[in-house]
Design a protein around this ligand. Structure first.
Ligand code: 13P
Length: 280
């Protein structure tokens, strides 16, 4: 039985890889074995996205386009954040219209590092997500519990609260737009347990599956059965070529949001190969 949802292999470069390194990454990726990946990408079963630092938007987009032509695998280049207004006095922020003017149509919202270190709140995550979706962007919305929250048995409550905070609640039009975006695959959720990010600790497949199933149940209750069924839910937190296959084997894990391993072309190629296999 083939999977109902596409596999998405997304990389988050965080504050790494300037334009030079971005070009070198795609050069190296073109030399990797990506047999089988083009076919899965070509028939829409597999999608590749890299969220890069803003200084690398142009270089990465150009290099990704050249790579796509050669390898027949589209790699979307995305931003790591987006603002909730179209313009104004918001120093150092980037808006959806500014990003889209240079062809950046994909973005992360609510990454735990934004929440932990830069004061991102559920309310700002909700506003950023809603505005980006309204502008036609493709959004990966991140949620996840800390180690202390997991150890005190609050994982479920934290995930539900983050989803409640980030997704529209009362406005029926906004709910409909979010549901439509999930169905179209233009909004996806990334479950990233904070204790697994950059620590080498990975959630076990059972832990990942449990959290993903919870998220899907909540999406069903909040936005309807079809939105939940179509929702692509990524796992993030020390995903590597060594553990990706067992994570993708979980029925509710539809891909990965990968930090460290997405910086190295051989590892990213291995993740794409695993994604192509899982997408069959
Ligand atoms: P690592 O894969 O380095 O743990 O990072 C995960 C992450 O935060 C991706 O957004």
């Amino acid at each position: 039985m083939s999977r109902a949802r596409p596999i998405v292999i997304a990389g988050n470069w965080k504050m790494n890889h300037g334009p030079k390194a971005a070009r070198a990454f795609f050069e190296a990726l073109a030399g990797e074995d990506i047999l089988g990946v083009a076919e899965a990408a070509g028939n829409g079963r597999l999608r590749a996205i890299l969220y890069v630092p803003a200084v690398s938007f142009a270089a990465a987009s150009e290099a990704a386009a050249a790579f796509s032509k050669r390898a027949e695998i589209a790699v979307a280049i995305g931003s790591q954040n987006v603002h909730w207004k179209d313009s104004g006095a918001f120093t150092a922020e980037l808006s959806a219209p500014l990003l889209m003017e240079i062809g950046i149509t994909h973005t992360l919202v609510g990454h735990s590092e934004r929440r932990q270190f830069f004061g991102e709140t559920d309310a700002s995550v909700r506003d950023r997500t809603a505005f980006a979706l309204d502008q036609g962007m493709d959004v990966t919305l991140c949620v996840g519990e800390t180690r202390a929250e997991r150890e005190s048995g609050r994982t479920e409550a934290v995930l539900l609260a983050q989803l409640a905070g980030a997704l529209p609640q009362s406005d029926p039009n906004a709910r409909e737009r979010a549901a439509k975006a999930l169905i179209e695959g233009r909004l996806r959720i990334a479950y990233e347990p904070v204790w697994a990010i950059g620590t080498g600790l990975t959630a076990t497949p059972a832990q990942a599956q449990e959290a993903h199933a919870l998220i899907r149940r909540d999406l069903a209750a909040r936005l309807g059965a079809q939105a939940a069924q179509n929702a692509v839910i990524l796992y993030g937190g020390s995903v590597t070529p060594a553990n990706v296959a067992e994570l993708l084997a979980c029925p509710d894990v539809d891909g990965g949001l990968v930090g460290g391993a997405s910086l190295k072309a051989p590892d990213y190629a291995a993740l794409l190969r695993a994604g192509a296999l899982a997408a069959r």
